[in-house]
Design a binder for this molecule. Structure first.
Ligand code: ATP
Ligand code: MG
Length: 586
């Protein structure tokens, strides 16, 4: 499908942005082209050419999944729609879990989806860890202005004095210590004089606030752990709630879009930013945070911890297993970037959580590929059909469209001859009710070829049917005049026995038997579908691989894609992405 046919996003964020534009709120913002504080940005004094700035801020501690795609499509999509820019920023403020391998894989995933973070030949690719100096400087400014203090309580004491929804918190005995003392302690924290957990820096807000997040939240903790980028430079690391608004502000982000669990943190986000503005560190307009509901997709789990468990405990073959909801898995399964974008544009972006049925993702793949994917015939479980009245040595050409929706794609040739393969379940010795395919005495059309009448079959000593016999009816070849004079109830696919390509196909089913495998008290590992993968040999129409594609529609069977990892030399392995119809919602 032509990517330009994907409709623009329409959601509550568009209305917010439209209002911001109407109210001229975003005009004349300055942006030097590089992240920095107010002084840095002012020294360049350039008006931001981007109408809005958004960001996708993954923590590089795992592989991206379909939920992240929602956030990517939303942030990059809004930026494209409003002539803005979207930054890819690694939120790498927690040194214990982050790795370069994940950084590389996330960049690849965003690029694979077809989004660009290049602006004027420069990549808007940032790392929160590059802002550690700013964060430290800003924290000092908060200490000096008596908006932050070093606390000597243990984490246990801090937790126990935070209060609850019904009780206010208790002020720390260190809350009112002279700022100079805090400043010195903070410096010593940074210089490695203390052990992990011995001291923390806290914002001085309000221990009686009805919002627990505002009760003197921790801004910095000590962690003697090397960082994947800054190595041993720091042994104090900023907490997410302190770091994130600063990251947004330094990058000139206008709309900081995050998921609903951050709604209660928004007052703190605004508090930090307005204090830093008062202190001259940041300038207006400050970034604003907006929240939307996470994507919850049926029949999968998306928590990083649970995905890791599936990999580690061998329930799947890796992060890129085609049954995984990771972008790597979806890609290998054969999902196209467009199908994922289509899906993300279909699911609503709102503030209410709902479970999206997996079939919507499958339907998006069909919509993307139906107009463009070349067709081919593949026989998964072949049985030989002998056309007894067809001459022995004759081969005839039959013509089939490469794609019936795209006349310009042209036609493909199929060889018709006396011995052909058909799908085993297209024949029944004794038909069951409403079975209209091949059985003795019945007629069907061989797609793109003749109408045939079944005349008999042969069984082996085990009683299994090993050959089927039929006679073809003259003058019924598809496309020839009068070929439709006989009405048939069914059409079956076939391949010549002398010209097929052997391939291996992986047929997949849902990874979980339960639509919500990790809701409530369910043990998701007990709900794994033991039959989620079936691998079998199959026969494929020749010449498929000369066409410049990796996705096909195999007639009657579904959409298939080449598994680039398992295929080698002339051994082709194909994954079924989806069947042609949604068999699940029936
Ligand atoms: P964890 O909390 O385990 O670190 P995470 O999914 O929050 O996982 P991040 O790397 O922090 O991982 O996510 C990057 C961005 O993707 C965040 O802005 C987050 O809100 C968004 N995101 C994550 N999961 C979903 C989801 N299911 N639907 C929509 N957006 C999501
Ligand atoms: Mg997170």
């Amino acid at each position: 499908m032509d990517p330009s046919k994907i409709k623009p996003i329409q959601n509550f964020l568009c209305r917010i942005i439209d209002d911001d534009i109407k109210n001229h709120y975003l005009e004349n913002r300055i942006w030097s082209g590089t992240p920095g504080d107010a002084i840095f940005q002012e020294s360049a004094n350039k008006i931001d050419p981007a109408k809005i700035r958004t960001r996708f801020p993954p923590e590089p501690n795992g592989y991206l999944h379909i939920g992240h795609a929602k956030s990517i499509c939303l942030n990059f999509g809004l930026a494209e729609q409003y002539n803005g820019s979207c930054h890819l920023r690694f939120d790498d403020t927690n040194p214990t879990k982050e790795e370069q391998e994940y950084v590389d894989s996330i960049i690849n995933a965003v690029e694979w989806l077809g989004f660009s973070f290049i602006e004027n030949d420069k990549r808007n690719l940032y790392f929160a860890s590059d802002y550690f100096d700013y964060m430290y400087d800003f924290a000092r400014a908060l200490i000096i202005s008596e908006n932050a203090y070093v606390d000597e309580q243990t984490s246990e004491q801090i937790k126990n004095t935070r209060g609850s929804l019904t009780e206010t918190g208790i002020n720390s005995p260190w809350r009112n210590r002279p700022y100079k003392e805090s400043l010195e302690l903070f410096e010593n924290m940074k210089n490695g004089r203390y052990k992990d957990g011995q001291l923390v820096l806290r914002a001085k807000i309000d221990m009686a606030s009805p919002n627990i997040n505002m009760r003197d939240p921790v801004m910095y903790r000590i962690k003697h752990v090397p960082h994947h980028r800054t190595s041993n430079k720091w042994c104090i690391y900023p907490m997410y709630n302190w770091a994130h608004p600063i990251e947004d502000a330094l990058e000139g982000i206008t709309h900081s879009i995050c998921t609903l669990e951050f709604e209660d943190i928004r007052p703190l986000y605004d508090w930090f930013l307005s204090k830093l503005k008062e202190l001259g560190k940041l300038r207006e307009p400050l970034p604003k945070q907006y929240e939307f509901a996470k994507l919850k997709l049926s029949h999968v789990v998306t928590s990083k911890r649970k995905l890791l468990q599936l990999v580690k405990e061998g329930f799947v073959e890796g992060w890129d297993d085609p049954r995984m909801p990771t972008l790597l898995g979806l890609k290998r399964r054969g999902y196209t970037p467009n199908s994922i974008k289509l899906f993300c544009n279909k699911i609503s972006v709102s503030k209410s959580e709902s479970i999206i049925d997996y079939s919507l993702l499958e339907q998006s793949l069909r919509e993307d590929l139906d107009p463009i994917a070349p067709r081919a015939i593949c026989i998964i479980d072949p049985i030989k059909l002998i056309i007894t009245n067809y001459p022995d040595n004759i081969k005839e050409n039959c013509y089939a469209p490469i794609n019936p929706h795209d006349k310009e794609a042209g036609t493909r040739e199929l060889i018709f001859e006396k011995e052909i393969w058909i799908e085993r379940d297209d024949f029944q010795e004794i038909p069951y009710e409403k079975y209209y395919r091949l059985f003795p005495g019945n007629i069907v059309r061989l797609k793109y070829a003749y109408i045939i009448k079944c005349t008999g079959f042969l069984k082996n000593e085990k009683g299994e049917v090993i050959e089927v016999y039929a006679e073809y009816i003259h003058d019924t070849k598809s496309g020839s005049p009068g070929s439709n004079k006989i009405k048939v109830k069914n059409t079956i696919t076939w391949l010549s026995t002398s010209q097929t390509q052997s391939v291996v196909v992986n047929l997949y089913d849902r990874l979980f038997v339960d639509p919500e495998p990790d809701s409530g008290n369910k043990d998701f590992l007990k709900l794994i579908n033991k039959n989620s993968k079936k691998t079998t040999k199959a026969l494929l129409e020749p010449n498929c691989f000369i066409r410049n594609t990796t996705n096909w529609q195999f007639e009657r069977l579904g959409y298939f894609a080449l598994d680039y990892k398992e295929s080698q030399n002339n051994c082709y392995v194909l994954n079924r992405v989806v069947t042609l119809k949604d068999s699940w919602s029936i």
